[in-house]
Ligand binder design. Sequence first.
Ligand code: BDP
Length: 701
Amino acid sequence: EDGYKLWLRYDKIDNPVLIEKYRQLIKGYSFKGNSPSIKVAEKELNLALNKLLDCEIQTLDNLRSNVILAGAHKNITLNLPEEISNKLKTIGDEGYIIKTFETEGKRITLITANADIGVLYGTFHFIRLLQMQSDIDNLNIVESPLIKLRLLNHWDNLDRTVERGYAGFSIWNWHLLPDYIDPRYKDYARANASIGVNGTVLTNVNANSLVLTKQYLKKAAALADVFRPYGIKVYLTARFSAPIEIGKLSTADPLNPEVRKWWKEKAKEIYELIPDFGGFLVKANSEGQPGPQNYGRSHSDGANMLAEAVEHYGGVVMWRAFVYDNNVPEDRAKQAYNEFKPLDGKFKDNVLIQVKNGPIDFQPREPFHPLFGAMPETPLMMEFQITQEYLGQGTHLVYLAPLFKECIESDTYAKGAGSTVAKVIDGSLDNHALTGIAGVSNIGNDRNWTGHLFGQSNWYAFGRLAWNHNLTSEQIAEEWIRLTFGNKNEIVEIIKNIMMPSRENTVNYMTPLGLHHIMGWDHHYGPAPWIKDKPRAEWTSVYYHRADSNGIGFDRTVNGSNAVSQYHSPVSEIFNSLEKCPEKYLLWFHHVPWDYKMKSGKTLWEELCNHYYAGVDSVRSMSKKWKQLEGKIDSELFDHVSMLMKIQEDEAVWWRNACVLYFQTFSKLPIPEGFEKPDKTLEYYQSLEFPYAPGIRPKWH
Ligand code: BDP
């Protein structure tokens, strides 16, 4: 077992009573319609049933009892209960209904929808019920996604390196495309459709304009052809200077008529090859990427130019708000808000602003981004990072659903209590029909797709939450475990107990109490709170933790950078207050004296040490829990995770020791009694070098 099959393993149901019952309840199936989506749905159900039930289950021409009848409503000739037609009106094209009912004495399990893609989603849901050994006697399920665009963002380069990728090279074999279609592309589409992901940005946000040349567009079109039946649209990153680089123009000024014409023609060319092309994702005027500001124009000028080029075809522009530079000397965290808030209402209807979950950069913990709730006239899209750039990269087991949930459940108070980030991004707060969520992919060409097997759970969780952000982290973990490791409760419980606290553990051994951005320079691997004296202050660690002999933390209160003022009341007052600020964000917003009394009664220094040590302890206890699974789960998977956990444990110790020793040079206080003393010196940790750390970007600074 090498992990290739992801959560679509379809192993034979190991409960003899249940398998017999399922065999009785599923005598065959009948799919109505013959679109590519219906064909793949039928194929998937056939594969799943034959494997799960370990017997030949086939299509039936004539309806008999205990049959699965699947198809779009318009293709079902049978008289259906009226409630079905009523419900269909409320669930859009991607929603579906799974319902057991009786007609003419026959028991039918109906999977229906308004469109064929809904039937595919419903089929995957039905399969999941069997995989989880659920009761299917009397089903009555109505589902539809809460967010419209549910996208993976691949940071994949055309040379197949992956920026911040820790699972091998890019799965897109650009060289062999369009003629060679790797079977993985289809499995990628199956996996994504099974969790409701409906779009993929194929290329890195640090974009290469070559992908917009005919040669590469044909390759992208070949992928789009594979993905189409699975409801997945292809998107590309647009390099703002493409009109110069591949169009031979002398400018990329968004107000220049030639430039605008160039993009329109480019869009036409793309849509001729990919009629359902989703649109562009753009990183502009950020980290050296070109953008409209190079010509004295605004983000809205740039975004609207591209939006105009694709609007005729139904395309969208996802314009990123991840901007910062050294022109905002007092606080990088404030820049996106400063630049984008004034532009609220100035974007065309087919523009979404893609905002990272927090104001800095995918840290183990950040407060929610203040732009959420600040731009009511503009659809804001969430950007999460599934790849673990700052959370242990390819080796640490960190289940990210709790991080995602913490952000989307945060209350912005934009329209009073209950104005959660979730309501901003699902459009319900400000009545937006165009909504979106993106996850920076952790997928590569490693046999198991994500490097660490548990990376699969983060891909899975992203998709499930993108579909329904009301699911709990625990529900999703439980699903993923059952689909991946089977349904033995003992195993499920052990793995759930490993996954659920894993994100908090990582925060503890990396960046407790609101610390952030103290990792290795550039490659971001391991701890390096001592980084200073770099070309830009916001690329150093000392800029963020500000440790000195008095204390530690970034003063973002009204007396400091005043970043708190970017939040609505009462969030701003809560963050601003030393007493009220949740301790998990304390050093994000406050510079706090080493001897400050924390809620526990301990001093800040003691509490900081406690967190670092608790982080390591929890990794050790996680390893112990994992060991209980020896002989109970597949041995290859067991060994794979065991070896990675050993690395995680060593690295947790490395993080703890390096950080505690370094911060001790400011606090001048002893490591509290009873804690094991670091076995290496600070100088040792500072001397470590990682010339070939993975996932690094091509040099741009
Ligand atoms: C940072 C990454 C960098 C990305 C950038 C981005 O370190 O590689 O290019 O975000 O999101 O997290 O554009």
